[in-house]
Design a protein around this ligand. Structure first.
Ligand code: IMP
Length: 429
């Protein structure tokens, strides 16, 4: 049976929550494979609203939910998020929830370093979510991370703590901060260990079994391809690979497990935090997009930057991530605009580019080349079939599809699950 991998094809916040929720309700297992609690998914099920940052979306419906090794896990946040959901009546137990035992931990010292660096960077800051994501990934590749499996061996952690603290103490000294309180860290880890360990296991083994039984697996990506540490707008990126390929490496399955790659694409563009954004609108139109689209961050509450749809960026994201089909979201936000613009190329120092260049200076300097399309006066909100859409809105979707060289699998026309035009069902494809 088919698996589905969902990824954001822009800078995150493409409206993955609703699509993932719909797919999760039909999956047998949902897996988070990268990022951490920097993500923010809002799920509306019946009259309840659930806010998830770290837990896979399947958790609210009792579907087997797995945190893969590619995630960085803050155990204290985990405990708080689970407690909050349990308070809303969600049942979370060792049957329906598992954490990879080789998953690296986010510690308080990572949050400290994230904040110290951002403050020191002033105007040059990345605009991180402040959750310690980057420093935790650095320690993972630096081979000094404390991982979930280490929580079962805290009495033998001395050599690892030596390495970790030597590194962080040197950095902290540079920022004029006292060394890590090693005893306090160990005590905190000892306290949280039993809670985390009850869910810990080699999840690759569990997933292998699930796959063998013919179950449907949904891989739930966080952030977006343009925030990928390799392919994104470096250095203004997150510290993980957000592309579809990470579904395999970040969960312990082979690359053929990823199945249908569904790229979530917003009908315009937004970005939170610093970094290049060629089609950004710092005028009344940008303001209107932000207000109509309720563009405020779920995790940090920050106002999102808004701009026109950039077909060059999305074409690149779809190619890099091997996107099979896209889910176009928030089309209704464009309702009522007299003209809608799509970026089809860039001008850079007299040259025309059909791709987004790698160097930060070039990325900051490219000027968008726009194609203008007539807008539509009718509403697309709540449409459930092509017949419900104004003709100009259909033309817009068709043009997007052509320019990004990737077919539309579904169109989402409101936050409600039913307000969706389904062209291709990713699980049945
Ligand atoms: P970090 O992931 O906290 O290190 O932040 C790095 C960059 O990624 C910043 O620009 C954040 O605003 C952005 N970012 C991280 N997570 C998300 C997300 O879930 N949605 C949108 N942007 C995000």
């Amino acid at each position: 049976m088919a698996n589905v991998t969902v990824i954001g094809a822009q800078w995150g916040d493409e409206g993955k929550g609703k699509i993932v929720d719909w797919l999760a309700s039909r999956a047998d297992a949902v897996v988070r494979f990268q990022g951490g609690h920097n993500a923010g998914h809002t799920l509306v099920v019946g009259d309840q609203t659930y806010k998830l940052s770290l837990l896979p979306s399947g958790i609210v419906t009792g579907t087997l939910s797995i945190i893969g090794n590619g995630v960085v896990l803050d155990p204290w946040h985990l405990k708080a998020e689970i407690a909050k959901l349990e308070g809303q009546g969600v049942e979370i137990n060792t049957e329906n929830f598992a954490i990879a035992d080789n998953c690296p931990l986010i510690l308080p010292l990572h949050r400290d370093l994230d904040a110290l660096r951002e403050t020191a960077a002033g105007a040059g800051k990345i605009g991180t979510t402040g959750r310690g994501i980057g420093p935790a990934y650095e320690d993972k590749v630096g081979r000094r991370a404390i991982r979930v499996c280490d929580l079962a061996h805290l009495d033998a952690l001395d050599a690892q703590l030596d390495r970790l603290c030597a590194h962080h103490d040197a950095l902290r000294a540079g920022f004029g901060q006292p060394p890590v309180d090693r005893a306090a860290l160990l005590a905190e880890l000892k306290e949280i260990a039993p809670f985390v360990l009850q869910y810990a296991q080699p999840v690759w083994k569990r997933l292998k079994k699930v796959r063998k039984a013919g179950a449907r697996i949904l891989f739930e990506g966080a952030q977006g391809v343009l925030l990928d540490v390799d392919h994104g707008t470096y250095p203004f990126v997150t510290s993980s690979n957000t592309v579809s390929g990470t579904a395999a490496s970040g969960s312990g399955l082979g690359p053929n497990a990823t199945g249908f790659v569904l790229g979530i694409v917003k009908a315009y563009t937004t970005r939170v935090g610093s970094g290049p954004f060629p089609t950004e609108l710092e005028d009344a139109t940008g303001q209107r997009l932000g207000e109509r689209g309720h563009e405020f961050g779920t995790v940090t509450g920050r106002k999102r930057r808004c701009g026109w749809f950039d077909a060059v960026l999305v074409r690149q994201s779809c190619a890099i991530s091997g996107v099979t089909g896209i889910a176009l979201t928030k089309l209704d936000v464009l309702d009522g605009f007299e003209t809608v613009r799509i970026c089809t190329g860039y001008r850079l120092r007299g040259k025309i580019l059909d791709y987004f260049p790698s160097h930060a200076a070039d990325q900051a300097e490219v000027e968008p080349i726009y194609e203008d399309m007539e807008g539509w006066s009718g509403t697309t909100a709540g449409a459930r079939s092509w017949a419900d859409l104004p003709a100009q809105a259909i033309k817009y979707i068709q043009r997007v599809q052509e320019l990004i060289e990737t077919p539309v699998a579904l169109v989402s026309t409101s936050p409600e699950r039913e307000d969706t035009i389904l062209v291709r069902d990713p699980f049945e494809d």
